[in-house]
Design a protein around this ligand. Structure first.
Ligand code: 9MR
Length: 551
């Protein structure tokens, strides 16, 4: 399975199906390939691979084996003369439902403050960080006082560490809710098989909304009376590789930023709209919180991000130097949810962001969520909608073009192989699907699927970047609870190749590795092998689209 790369999950009937063969010595354009049915051992389709093309990201030549014309459901391997055989994979009608469930259940397994005993994955975690009920404010600003105590219990751990941060939380919640909004058919009743005690108390709520609510309830606790939102909370020092309940250090509220307040307003306004049909009372609580956050932003029009001593010593920074992208999102999402003119006018103040190419969603840039919300708001200005359409299709076209020239069929540029490149691959796929909603184009959908094939194992390293998905996947993710309990949590998207390095293990070897191969499946490599909630989110979005039988 090393030289012949395929989606290690499989290819949908009717879609393009391409395998990739490469390696330092690969020169064999015109080599024969065969599709072999695993059960019978019989070849069912054959062809020749394309002329080798040098792929700069992988640092080697690659050829493509195209078996798109073959559409019989079954389990197959791709065999290429002179290179070997791929891992087995499926061709099928209804793929990816199992993977979607795994990706979603990862959030349940990351819950803070509850006992988890999950027979499906074998994950067993005693409730941890009960001290979050008494989170200590770390600064004075006239409204908060150093030493104030706030209940900030619950939510999801951000990643392989134990921090809880508003920026990745907001964009994660937003992408999960958007996945549900656009593909309700991919989220059937009972999908999550919640571990005992974690079932939703609201049987009418779709499982994904019950899970997201766990995070929303925590986010609401991060907001002050005046509408401002704390940036993050964590211990003062990085915890070791221990179980959550063994990390007894006090936890602090750190920072306050206009961009996390705006991200909060965007995600919470979106949630207010989506929960409304199921739970009017909760939706009203959400809407009040989002509007209060927006009032704080209106009263504090310049960017601010408190930096207090020691605040990044034991947790991630998630810092950026602007908040306009997030302010656009907040105003546009409130406009869409409420229809109020004041929010439309507030969103209209960000015209410059409508004119540029659309950027993928990330914790450091939520503008695409703003464009999307504005476009779908009733009463939106048609001229601005036209600009949004142009911005999104221009970006989508550029990804399609790059994918056609790329050895592994993704839109990843050399500079995209930085910390969390796998998330970027998911986000490129998501942008294509959003563009496809505005202006349906078979190429947008197909190239989005190529990004899912990449994430599921058709990569230069031969790894699937999702734990327990495919045949060769990360076994040693930088994940404290998994490591300390000895259980690999399934369905975690890891950061993936990162040419820039960032941890001692990767730093030692990165300069000898091609960008798309700068990945280490070792515990210590937090800059290439850590999981985070916002890495899973775009992959949920992509997978939900292709798992939705009604699409
Ligand atoms: O995902 C984040 C990535 O975009 C940043 O480059 C990196 C360095 O600041 O931080 C990543 O987020 C980490 C966070 O700071 C702390 N928790 C673990 C996150 C995943 O590695």
């Amino acid at each position: 399975g090393e030289a012949v790369k395929v989606s290690q999950v499989g290819y949908p009937v009717g879609a393009a199906k391409i395998g990739i063969v490469g390696g330092e010595k690969w020169e064999d354009g015109g080599a024969a390939f065969q599709l072999i049915e695993v059960e019978s051992g019989n070849p069912v389709f054959s062809g020749t691979v394309t002329e080798p093309l040098f792929d700069a990201a992988a640092g080697e030549k690659v050829s493509k084996a195209d078996f798109s014309a073959y559409n019989e459901p079954g389990v197959y391997q791709l065999a290429v003369a002179g290179a070997g055989r791929s891992f087995p994979f499926e061709i099928g009608e209804n793929l990816y439902a199992k993977e979607l469930t795994m990706l979603l259940r990862s959030y349940t397994l990351q819950r803070v403050g509850v006992d988890i005993d999950d027979s499906i994955s074998g994950v067993k975690v005693p409730a941890g960080h009960l001290q979050d009920r008494e989170t200590i404010v770390s600064f004075d600003d006239g409204i908060s006082k150093k030493g104030d105590i706030i209940d900030a219990s619950g939510g999801w751990y951000d990643a392989g560490d134990f921090g809880k941060y508003i920026s990745p939380a907001a964009v994660t919640v937003a992408q999960l809710l958007l996945a549900f909004e656009l593909n309700p058919g991919a989220f059937p009743e009972g999908q999550m098989s919640f571990p005992p005690g974690l079932e939703s108390a609201q049987p009418e709520l779709p499982d994904v909304l019950a899970e997201v609510r766990y995070e929303l309830d925590w986010m609401l606790k991060m907001q002050r009376e005046d509408g401002a939102v704390f940036h993050k909370m964590s211990g003062a020092a990085w915890p070791g590789f221990i179980m959550p309940h063994q990390d007894k250090q006090p936890r602090y509220m750190y920072g306050l930023s206009t961009f996390s307040t705006a991200q909060f307003a965007g995600a919470i306004a979106q949630a207010a709209r989506i929960y409304e049909p199921y739970d009017k009372e909760f939706a009203a609580v959400l809407l009040e919180a989002a509007e209060r956050a927006q009032r704080y932003l209106d009263a504090n029009p310049s960017f601010s991000y408190r930096q207090d001593e020691g605040q990044d010593d034991g947790s991630g920074a998630y810092g950026k130097g602007s908040d306009r992208e997030e302010r656009l999102w907040a105003a546009a999402e409130l406009f869409r949810t409420t229809g109020k003119d004041a929010y439309r006018d507030a969103a209209n103040a960000f015209d410059d962001l409508l004119g540029k190419n659309a950027q993928v969603v990330s914790w450091s840039d939520a503008s695409l969520l703003g464009l999307w919300a504005y476009y779908h708001a009733e009463g939106a200005d048609p001229e601005r909608k036209g600009k949004i359409m142009d911005a999104m299709t221009r970006s989508a076209d550029a990804i399609v073009q790059r994918s056609a020239a790329d050895g592994y069929l993704t839109g990843l540029r050399l500079q995209d192989y930085h910390w969390a490149s796998a998330k970027v691959a998911g986000a490129y796929g998501s942008l294509l699907l959003l563009a496809n909603e505005l202006k349906p184009a078979p190429a947008y959908e197909q190239v989005a699927l190529e990004h899912l094939h990449y994430l599921f194992g058709r990569t230069a390293t031969g790894y699937s970047y999702v734990t327990a998905v495919g045949k060769k996947y990360p076994n040693n993710p930088h994940h404290r609870t998994g490591h300390a309990s000895g259980v690999l949590f399934p369905g975690l998207v890891v950061g993936g190749p990162n040419r820039e390095g960032g941890d001692p293990d990767l730093n030692e070897v990165k300069d000898k590795l091609a960008p798309a191969k700068a990945y280490l499946d070792v515990l210590g490599s937090y800059s290439s092998n850590e999981y985070a909630i916002d890495y899973n989110a775009p992959v949920v979005f992509l997978t939900a689209h292709f798992a939705n039988p009604g699409r």
